[in-house]
Design a protein around this ligand. Structure first.
Ligand code: GUN
Ligand code: ZN
Length: 469
Protein backbone atom coordinates (compact mmCIF):
# COMPACT_ATOMS: atom_id res chain seq x y z
CA UNK A 1 0.00 0.00 0.00
CA UNK A 2 1.45 3.38 -0.94
CA UNK A 3 0.74 6.78 0.57
CA UNK A 4 0.89 7.98 4.13
CA UNK A 5 -0.42 4.91 5.95
CA UNK A 6 -0.86 3.94 9.59
CA UNK A 7 -2.87 1.50 11.65
CA UNK A 8 -4.25 1.71 15.17
CA UNK A 9 -5.17 -1.35 17.21
CA UNK A 10 -7.42 -0.95 20.23
CA UNK A 11 -10.99 -0.99 21.56
CA UNK A 12 -13.34 1.09 19.40
CA UNK A 13 -16.82 2.46 20.04
CA UNK A 14 -18.80 4.30 17.37
CA UNK A 15 -22.31 4.65 15.97
CA UNK A 16 -24.06 3.46 12.86
CA UNK A 17 -27.49 4.97 13.58
CA UNK A 18 -29.55 7.22 15.85
CA UNK A 19 -30.18 5.62 19.27
CA UNK A 20 -33.44 7.56 19.73
CA UNK A 21 -34.86 5.18 17.10
CA UNK A 22 -34.07 2.20 19.36
CA UNK A 23 -35.72 2.99 22.67
CA UNK A 24 -34.74 0.41 25.28
CA UNK A 25 -32.23 -1.25 22.93
CA UNK A 26 -30.04 1.74 22.11
CA UNK A 27 -26.96 -0.46 21.75
CA UNK A 28 -28.30 -1.50 18.33
CA UNK A 29 -27.34 1.95 17.06
CA UNK A 30 -23.75 1.54 18.28
CA UNK A 31 -20.78 -0.58 17.26
CA UNK A 32 -18.30 -2.02 19.74
CA UNK A 33 -15.09 -3.51 18.42
CA UNK A 34 -13.24 -4.95 21.38
CA UNK A 35 -10.03 -5.80 19.58
CA UNK A 36 -10.17 -3.69 16.46
CA UNK A 37 -7.89 -2.37 13.78
CA UNK A 38 -8.30 0.99 12.06
CA UNK A 39 -6.24 1.41 8.91
CA UNK A 40 -5.69 4.98 7.73
CA UNK A 41 -4.25 6.19 4.46
CA UNK A 42 -3.79 9.85 3.60
CA UNK A 43 -5.99 10.81 6.54
CA UNK A 44 -8.92 8.56 5.55
CA UNK A 45 -10.17 5.27 6.96
CA UNK A 46 -9.39 2.58 4.40
CA UNK A 47 -10.22 -0.43 6.53
CA UNK A 48 -11.83 -1.06 9.91
CA UNK A 49 -13.06 -4.04 11.88
CA UNK A 50 -11.95 -6.90 14.09
CA UNK A 51 -8.18 -7.14 14.29
CA UNK A 52 -8.25 -10.84 13.38
CA UNK A 53 -10.12 -10.10 10.16
CA UNK A 54 -8.54 -6.84 9.09
CA UNK A 55 -4.86 -7.37 9.88
CA UNK A 56 -4.21 -10.18 7.34
CA UNK A 57 -5.36 -7.80 4.62
CA UNK A 58 -2.49 -5.42 5.45
CA UNK A 59 0.69 -7.41 5.91
CA UNK A 60 3.76 -5.49 6.93
CA UNK A 61 1.86 -2.44 8.15
CA UNK A 62 3.30 -0.96 11.32
CA UNK A 63 0.66 -0.91 14.03
CA UNK A 64 0.24 1.44 17.00
CA UNK A 65 -1.38 -0.59 19.78
CA UNK A 66 -3.39 1.58 22.22
CA UNK A 67 -4.22 -0.47 25.30
CA UNK A 68 -6.73 0.06 28.13
CA UNK A 69 -8.49 2.86 26.35
CA UNK A 70 -11.74 3.46 24.43
CA UNK A 71 -11.30 4.97 20.98
CA UNK A 72 -14.21 7.06 19.71
CA UNK A 73 -14.66 9.31 16.67
CA UNK A 74 -13.50 12.84 17.45
CA UNK A 75 -16.06 15.05 19.18
CA UNK A 76 -17.98 17.59 17.14
CA UNK A 77 -18.82 20.99 18.56
CA UNK A 78 -21.64 22.66 16.63
CA UNK A 79 -21.44 26.08 18.30
CA UNK A 80 -18.41 27.83 19.76
CA UNK A 81 -16.94 31.36 19.70
CA UNK A 82 -13.29 31.61 18.70
CA UNK A 83 -12.82 35.19 20.05
CA UNK A 84 -14.12 34.47 23.54
CA UNK A 85 -11.28 32.27 24.82
CA UNK A 86 -10.07 34.86 27.25
CA UNK A 87 -13.44 35.80 28.73
CA UNK A 88 -14.98 32.38 29.21
CA UNK A 89 -16.86 32.08 32.45
CA UNK A 90 -17.40 35.82 33.00
CA UNK A 91 -19.34 36.76 36.12
CA UNK A 92 -22.75 37.97 36.61
CA UNK A 93 -25.05 38.83 33.72
CA UNK A 94 -27.54 37.38 31.31
CA UNK A 95 -27.08 37.34 27.56
CA UNK A 96 -27.69 40.93 26.38
CA UNK A 97 -25.78 42.64 29.21
CA UNK A 98 -23.05 40.01 29.09
CA UNK A 99 -22.51 40.74 25.38
CA UNK A 100 -22.16 44.47 26.00
CA UNK A 101 -20.05 44.23 29.16
CA UNK A 102 -17.68 41.39 28.37
CA UNK A 103 -17.93 40.11 24.85
CA UNK A 104 -17.93 43.02 22.40
CA UNK A 105 -14.96 44.76 24.11
CA UNK A 106 -12.93 41.55 23.98
CA UNK A 107 -13.92 40.64 20.41
CA UNK A 108 -12.90 44.12 19.25
CA UNK A 109 -9.29 43.17 19.99
CA UNK A 110 -9.42 40.63 17.16
CA UNK A 111 -8.89 43.39 14.59
CA UNK A 112 -5.28 43.07 15.65
CA UNK A 113 -3.71 40.22 13.70
CA UNK A 114 -1.11 39.35 16.31
CA UNK A 115 -3.73 39.13 19.03
CA UNK A 116 -6.01 36.99 16.86
CA UNK A 117 -3.13 34.71 15.90
CA UNK A 118 -2.11 34.11 19.49
CA UNK A 119 -5.74 33.50 20.45
CA UNK A 120 -6.15 30.93 17.66
CA UNK A 121 -3.34 28.85 19.13
CA UNK A 122 -4.97 28.89 22.57
CA UNK A 123 -8.33 28.09 21.01
CA UNK A 124 -7.26 25.03 19.04
CA UNK A 125 -5.00 23.74 21.83
CA UNK A 126 -7.96 23.83 24.20
CA UNK A 127 -10.29 22.17 21.70
CA UNK A 128 -7.91 19.28 21.12
CA UNK A 129 -7.33 18.84 24.85
CA UNK A 130 -11.09 18.40 25.18
CA UNK A 131 -11.23 15.81 22.39
CA UNK A 132 -12.96 18.07 19.89
CA UNK A 133 -11.73 17.55 16.35
CA UNK A 134 -14.36 19.51 14.41
CA UNK A 135 -16.17 22.70 15.30
CA UNK A 136 -18.53 25.24 13.80
CA UNK A 137 -17.26 28.55 15.11
CA UNK A 138 -18.22 32.20 15.21
CA UNK A 139 -15.45 34.72 14.64
CA UNK A 140 -15.92 38.51 14.90
CA UNK A 141 -17.03 41.24 12.53
CA UNK A 142 -13.37 41.76 11.62
CA UNK A 143 -12.14 39.69 8.64
CA UNK A 144 -8.75 39.44 10.37
CA UNK A 145 -10.26 37.13 12.99
CA UNK A 146 -11.81 34.89 10.34
CA UNK A 147 -8.54 34.66 8.43
CA UNK A 148 -6.55 33.79 11.52
CA UNK A 149 -9.12 31.18 12.51
CA UNK A 150 -8.98 29.41 9.14
CA UNK A 151 -5.19 29.74 8.86
CA UNK A 152 -4.61 28.06 12.23
CA UNK A 153 -7.17 25.32 11.43
CA UNK A 154 -5.35 24.76 8.12
CA UNK A 155 -2.00 24.40 9.89
CA UNK A 156 -3.59 21.75 12.12
CA UNK A 157 -5.46 20.09 9.23
CA UNK A 158 -8.73 20.22 11.15
CA UNK A 159 -12.20 20.03 9.62
CA UNK A 160 -13.87 23.30 10.61
CA UNK A 161 -16.85 25.44 9.66
CA UNK A 162 -16.68 29.17 10.24
CA UNK A 163 -17.30 32.60 8.77
CA UNK A 164 -17.18 36.33 9.21
CA UNK A 165 -19.74 37.15 11.90
CA UNK A 166 -22.14 39.89 10.85
CA UNK A 167 -23.56 42.46 13.26
CA UNK A 168 -24.75 45.92 12.24
CA UNK A 169 -26.66 47.08 15.32
CA UNK A 170 -26.84 46.52 19.07
CA UNK A 171 -23.06 46.87 19.42
CA UNK A 172 -20.54 49.75 19.63
CA UNK A 173 -20.11 51.53 16.29
CA UNK A 174 -16.53 50.38 15.83
CA UNK A 175 -17.64 46.78 16.33
CA UNK A 176 -20.45 46.91 13.75
CA UNK A 177 -19.87 46.14 10.08
CA UNK A 178 -22.07 47.58 7.32
CA UNK A 179 -24.15 45.14 5.28
CA UNK A 180 -22.18 46.11 2.16
CA UNK A 181 -18.81 45.47 3.78
CA UNK A 182 -20.09 42.26 5.30
CA UNK A 183 -21.23 41.10 1.88
CA UNK A 184 -18.04 41.92 0.01
CA UNK A 185 -15.74 40.60 2.74
CA UNK A 186 -17.78 37.40 3.07
CA UNK A 187 -17.46 36.84 -0.68
CA UNK A 188 -13.72 37.35 -0.53
CA UNK A 189 -13.38 34.94 2.40
CA UNK A 190 -15.61 32.31 0.77
CA UNK A 191 -13.45 32.38 -2.37
CA UNK A 192 -10.30 32.14 -0.27
CA UNK A 193 -11.28 29.44 2.23
CA UNK A 194 -14.41 27.47 1.36
CA UNK A 195 -13.48 23.85 0.57
CA UNK A 196 -9.81 24.76 0.62
CA UNK A 197 -8.17 21.94 2.57
CA UNK A 198 -10.65 20.95 5.27
CA UNK A 199 -12.15 24.44 5.68
CA UNK A 200 -15.86 25.02 5.14
CA UNK A 201 -17.51 28.42 5.12
CA UNK A 202 -20.62 29.46 7.06
CA UNK A 203 -22.49 32.64 6.22
CA UNK A 204 -22.89 33.97 9.75
CA UNK A 205 -25.52 36.56 10.79
CA UNK A 206 -24.79 36.76 14.51
CA UNK A 207 -28.41 36.99 15.70
CA UNK A 208 -31.60 38.83 14.83
CA UNK A 209 -31.10 41.38 17.62
CA UNK A 210 -27.77 42.40 16.06
CA UNK A 211 -28.75 42.20 12.38
CA UNK A 212 -30.96 44.58 10.42
CA UNK A 213 -33.20 43.33 7.67
CA UNK A 214 -30.64 44.68 5.23
CA UNK A 215 -27.93 42.51 6.80
CA UNK A 216 -30.21 39.47 6.65
CA UNK A 217 -30.87 40.25 2.97
CA UNK A 218 -27.14 40.24 2.30
CA UNK A 219 -26.98 36.80 3.93
CA UNK A 220 -29.75 35.61 1.64
CA UNK A 221 -27.85 36.92 -1.40
CA UNK A 222 -24.70 35.12 -0.27
CA UNK A 223 -26.57 31.85 0.24
CA UNK A 224 -28.13 32.17 -3.21
CA UNK A 225 -24.76 32.78 -4.82
CA UNK A 226 -22.93 30.15 -2.73
CA UNK A 227 -25.55 27.47 -1.98
CA UNK A 228 -22.83 25.03 -0.91
CA UNK A 229 -22.00 27.22 2.11
CA UNK A 230 -23.32 26.62 5.60
CA UNK A 231 -25.35 29.19 7.62
CA UNK A 232 -24.69 29.66 11.33
CA UNK A 233 -26.56 31.86 13.80
CA UNK A 234 -28.27 32.07 17.22
CA UNK A 235 -31.96 31.71 17.93
CA UNK A 236 -34.34 32.03 20.90
CA UNK A 237 -31.70 31.87 23.59
CA UNK A 238 -33.00 34.31 26.16
CA UNK A 239 -36.44 35.87 26.76
CA UNK A 240 -35.18 39.50 26.60
CA UNK A 241 -33.41 38.69 23.35
CA UNK A 242 -36.61 37.22 21.90
CA UNK A 243 -38.64 40.30 22.90
CA UNK A 244 -36.04 42.57 21.28
CA UNK A 245 -36.00 40.47 18.11
CA UNK A 246 -39.79 40.76 17.96
CA UNK A 247 -39.51 44.56 18.13
CA UNK A 248 -36.87 44.59 15.40
CA UNK A 249 -38.88 42.34 13.08
CA UNK A 250 -42.51 43.27 13.83
CA UNK A 251 -43.75 41.62 10.65
CA UNK A 252 -42.40 38.22 11.73
CA UNK A 253 -44.71 35.99 13.71
CA UNK A 254 -41.84 34.43 15.65
CA UNK A 255 -38.04 34.19 15.70
CA UNK A 256 -37.89 31.33 13.19
CA UNK A 257 -39.91 33.43 10.76
CA UNK A 258 -37.02 35.92 10.58
CA UNK A 259 -34.85 33.21 9.02
CA UNK A 260 -37.65 31.85 6.83
CA UNK A 261 -38.39 35.33 5.55
CA UNK A 262 -34.75 35.81 4.57
CA UNK A 263 -34.46 32.45 2.84
CA UNK A 264 -32.01 30.95 5.30
CA UNK A 265 -33.90 28.16 7.09
CA UNK A 266 -32.99 24.90 5.33
CA UNK A 267 -30.29 22.25 5.09
CA UNK A 268 -26.89 23.28 6.46
CA UNK A 269 -28.51 25.98 8.61
CA UNK A 270 -27.68 25.79 12.33
CA UNK A 271 -29.16 27.93 15.07
CA UNK A 272 -27.54 27.77 18.48
CA UNK A 273 -29.55 27.49 21.71
CA UNK A 274 -33.20 27.26 20.52
CA UNK A 275 -34.21 27.14 24.17
CA UNK A 276 -37.55 28.86 23.76
CA UNK A 277 -38.68 27.57 20.36
CA UNK A 278 -42.38 26.73 20.21
CA UNK A 279 -43.56 23.29 19.12
CA UNK A 280 -44.54 24.81 15.81
CA UNK A 281 -41.07 26.29 15.30
CA UNK A 282 -39.49 22.88 16.02
CA UNK A 283 -41.77 21.37 13.39
CA UNK A 284 -40.72 23.98 10.82
CA UNK A 285 -37.04 23.28 11.56
CA UNK A 286 -37.72 19.58 11.04
CA UNK A 287 -39.50 20.13 7.74
CA UNK A 288 -36.79 22.45 6.45
CA UNK A 289 -33.95 20.06 7.35
CA UNK A 290 -32.44 22.81 9.53
CA UNK A 291 -30.58 22.04 12.75
CA UNK A 292 -30.37 23.35 16.28
CA UNK A 293 -27.39 23.24 18.58
CA UNK A 294 -27.92 22.29 22.22
CA UNK A 295 -25.54 24.34 24.41
CA UNK A 296 -26.28 23.35 28.02
CA UNK A 297 -23.10 24.74 29.61
CA UNK A 298 -23.94 28.17 28.30
CA UNK A 299 -27.71 27.92 28.71
CA UNK A 300 -27.14 27.26 32.41
CA UNK A 301 -24.17 29.58 32.90
CA UNK A 302 -26.01 32.58 31.40
CA UNK A 303 -29.32 31.48 32.94
CA UNK A 304 -30.99 31.17 29.54
CA UNK A 305 -33.13 28.11 30.18
CA UNK A 306 -33.64 24.41 29.60
CA UNK A 307 -33.45 23.16 26.01
CA UNK A 308 -36.24 20.67 25.21
CA UNK A 309 -34.29 17.75 23.81
CA UNK A 310 -37.32 15.45 24.09
CA UNK A 311 -39.30 17.83 21.88
CA UNK A 312 -36.51 18.17 19.31
CA UNK A 313 -36.30 14.38 19.03
CA UNK A 314 -40.05 13.92 18.43
CA UNK A 315 -40.11 10.96 16.01
CA UNK A 316 -42.92 12.58 14.01
CA UNK A 317 -40.93 15.78 13.44
CA UNK A 318 -37.29 15.09 14.31
CA UNK A 319 -34.95 18.06 14.28
CA UNK A 320 -31.26 17.60 13.65
CA UNK A 321 -29.39 18.32 16.89
CA UNK A 322 -25.72 18.92 17.53
CA UNK A 323 -24.01 19.77 20.81
CA UNK A 324 -22.03 22.91 21.46
CA UNK A 325 -19.99 24.18 24.37
CA UNK A 326 -20.66 27.79 23.26
CA UNK A 327 -17.45 28.86 24.98
CA UNK A 328 -17.29 31.70 26.32
CA UNK A 329 -21.04 31.73 27.25
CA UNK A 330 -20.26 28.14 28.11
CA UNK A 331 -17.59 28.02 30.79
CA UNK A 332 -15.53 25.16 29.32
CA UNK A 333 -14.31 23.76 26.02
CA UNK A 334 -15.08 20.20 27.00
CA UNK A 335 -17.76 18.19 25.19
CA UNK A 336 -17.60 15.71 28.08
CA UNK A 337 -18.74 18.48 30.39
CA UNK A 338 -21.38 19.48 27.84
CA UNK A 339 -22.71 15.92 28.10
CA UNK A 340 -22.80 16.15 31.88
CA UNK A 341 -24.84 19.36 31.78
CA UNK A 342 -27.04 18.03 28.96
CA UNK A 343 -27.81 15.04 31.12
CA UNK A 344 -28.85 17.27 34.02
CA UNK A 345 -31.05 19.43 31.77
CA UNK A 346 -32.65 16.25 30.46
CA UNK A 347 -33.33 15.07 34.00
CA UNK A 348 -35.03 18.37 34.90
CA UNK A 349 -37.17 18.27 31.77
CA UNK A 350 -37.91 14.64 32.43
CA UNK A 351 -39.23 15.56 35.87
CA UNK A 352 -41.31 18.41 34.52
CA UNK A 353 -43.01 16.24 31.95
CA UNK A 354 -43.49 13.08 33.94
CA UNK A 355 -46.75 14.29 35.45
CA UNK A 356 -45.71 13.88 39.08
CA UNK A 357 -47.13 17.29 40.08
CA UNK A 358 -49.90 17.69 37.56
CA UNK A 359 -50.91 14.50 35.74
CA UNK A 360 -52.51 16.59 33.00
CA UNK A 361 -49.02 17.82 32.07
CA UNK A 362 -47.86 14.27 31.62
CA UNK A 363 -46.07 13.45 28.41
CA UNK A 364 -44.22 10.28 29.21
CA UNK A 365 -42.86 9.80 25.70
CA UNK A 366 -41.32 13.28 25.55
CA UNK A 367 -40.11 12.91 29.14
CA UNK A 368 -38.30 9.72 28.20
CA UNK A 369 -36.69 11.30 25.13
CA UNK A 370 -35.05 13.90 27.37
CA UNK A 371 -33.00 11.26 29.13
CA UNK A 372 -29.43 11.19 27.99
CA UNK A 373 -27.96 7.75 28.48
CA UNK A 374 -24.46 7.07 27.19
CA UNK A 375 -25.59 5.89 23.75
CA UNK A 376 -27.63 8.98 23.02
CA UNK A 377 -24.99 11.23 24.56
CA UNK A 378 -21.98 9.99 22.64
CA UNK A 379 -24.08 9.72 19.47
CA UNK A 380 -24.78 13.47 19.69
CA UNK A 381 -21.09 14.14 20.32
CA UNK A 382 -20.07 12.18 17.18
CA UNK A 383 -22.29 10.86 14.37
CA UNK A 384 -25.36 12.83 15.49
CA UNK A 385 -23.39 16.08 15.45
CA UNK A 386 -22.03 15.18 12.02
CA UNK A 387 -25.55 14.52 10.71
CA UNK A 388 -26.85 17.78 12.16
CA UNK A 389 -24.08 19.71 10.43
CA UNK A 390 -24.38 17.77 7.17
CA UNK A 391 -20.86 16.41 7.62
CA UNK A 392 -21.72 12.74 8.00
CA UNK A 393 -20.50 11.82 4.55
CA UNK A 394 -17.10 13.04 5.65
CA UNK A 395 -16.78 12.00 9.30
CA UNK A 396 -18.60 10.93 12.47
CA UNK A 397 -17.77 7.21 12.67
CA UNK A 398 -15.15 4.69 11.51
CA UNK A 399 -16.78 3.72 8.22
CA UNK A 400 -14.42 3.30 5.29
CA UNK A 401 -13.80 6.53 3.43
CA UNK A 402 -14.37 8.77 6.46
CA UNK A 403 -11.80 11.16 7.80
CA UNK A 404 -9.74 9.54 10.55
CA UNK A 405 -10.23 11.97 13.44
CA UNK A 406 -10.59 10.23 16.77
CA UNK A 407 -10.24 10.55 20.50
CA UNK A 408 -8.67 8.13 22.96
CA UNK A 409 -10.48 8.03 26.31
CA UNK A 410 -9.00 6.92 29.60
CA UNK A 411 -12.08 5.98 31.59
CA UNK A 412 -10.14 5.87 34.85
CA UNK A 413 -8.68 9.38 34.71
CA UNK A 414 -10.00 12.51 36.39
CA UNK A 415 -11.26 12.69 39.94
CA UNK A 416 -9.35 10.68 42.50
CA UNK A 417 -12.40 8.50 43.06
CA UNK A 418 -12.78 7.64 39.38
CA UNK A 419 -10.75 4.44 39.17
CA UNK A 420 -12.57 2.77 42.05
CA UNK A 421 -15.90 4.08 40.73
CA UNK A 422 -15.28 2.55 37.31
CA UNK A 423 -14.06 -0.73 38.83
CA UNK A 424 -17.69 -1.34 39.72
CA UNK A 425 -18.19 -1.96 36.00
CA UNK A 426 -15.03 -3.76 35.01
CA UNK A 427 -11.87 -4.97 36.72
CA UNK A 428 -10.54 -6.04 33.38
CA UNK A 429 -8.22 -4.02 31.25
CA UNK A 430 -10.87 -3.32 28.67
CA UNK A 431 -14.65 -3.70 28.69
CA UNK A 432 -15.85 -7.12 27.63
CA UNK A 433 -18.99 -6.08 25.81
CA UNK A 434 -20.88 -3.08 24.49
CA UNK A 435 -22.92 -2.66 27.65
CA UNK A 436 -19.83 -2.44 29.85
CA UNK A 437 -18.27 0.00 27.42
CA UNK A 438 -21.39 2.18 27.53
CA UNK A 439 -21.40 2.11 31.33
CA UNK A 440 -17.78 3.22 31.41
CA UNK A 441 -18.67 6.03 29.01
CA UNK A 442 -21.48 7.11 31.30
CA UNK A 443 -18.92 7.24 34.11
CA UNK A 444 -16.78 9.50 31.93
CA UNK A 445 -19.63 11.90 31.15
CA UNK A 446 -21.13 12.00 34.64
CA UNK A 447 -17.95 12.05 36.76
CA UNK A 448 -15.26 13.04 34.25
CA UNK A 449 -13.95 15.98 32.26
CA UNK A 450 -11.13 16.68 29.82
CA UNK A 451 -8.70 14.76 32.05
CA UNK A 452 -10.31 11.69 30.48
CA UNK A 453 -8.99 12.72 27.06
CA UNK A 454 -5.73 10.87 26.76
CA UNK A 455 -5.04 11.52 23.07
CA UNK A 456 -6.66 13.31 20.15
CA UNK A 457 -5.86 12.35 16.56
CA UNK A 458 -6.44 14.41 13.43
CA UNK A 459 -6.47 12.72 10.02
CA UNK A 460 -4.53 9.73 11.32
CA UNK A 461 -1.88 11.74 13.17
CA UNK A 462 -1.71 12.30 16.90
CA UNK A 463 -2.31 15.97 17.59
CA UNK A 464 -2.65 15.90 21.39
CA UNK A 465 -1.31 13.74 24.20
CA UNK A 466 -2.18 14.39 27.81
CA UNK A 467 0.88 15.46 29.76
CA UNK A 468 2.43 13.16 32.31
CA UNK A 469 0.81 9.92 31.15
N1 GUN B 1 -26.03 35.80 20.78
C1 GUN B 1 -25.37 36.69 20.02
N2 GUN B 1 -24.04 36.64 20.24
C2 GUN B 1 -23.86 35.69 21.16
C3 GUN B 1 -22.71 35.17 21.81
O1 GUN B 1 -21.57 35.58 21.57
N3 GUN B 1 -22.92 34.16 22.70
C4 GUN B 1 -24.15 33.68 22.99
N4 GUN B 1 -24.28 32.69 23.87
N5 GUN B 1 -25.25 34.15 22.41
C5 GUN B 1 -25.11 35.15 21.51
ZN1 ZN C 1 -23.09 31.44 20.80
Amino acid sequence: MVGNCCAIRGTFFDFVDDPWKYEGREHEAARFTRDGLLVVKDGLVVDFGDFAEVSPRHPGLSITHIKNRLILPGFIDGHIHFPQVRVLGAYGSQLLDWLQNWIFPEELKYRDRDYAREAAKHFFDALLAGGTTTCQAFTTSSPVSTEEFFDEATRREMRVISGLTGIDRFAPDDFCITPDDFHSESERLIERYHRKGRNLYAITPRFAVGCTSEMMDRCRQLKLKYPDCWVNTHISENPSEIRTAREHFPDCADYTHVHEKHGLLGPKFTAGHAVWLSNDEFRRFSKAGASVCFCPLSNLFLGSGLFRLGRATDPEHPVRVSLGCDMGGGNAFSIIRVLEEAYKVGMCNNTMLDGSINPREQDLAEAERNKLGPYRAFYLATLGGARALYLDELLGNFDKGKEADFVVLDWNAGQTAMRWHQSLITHNESPENIDQAAQLLFGVMSVGDDRNIDETWIAGTRAYKKAGV
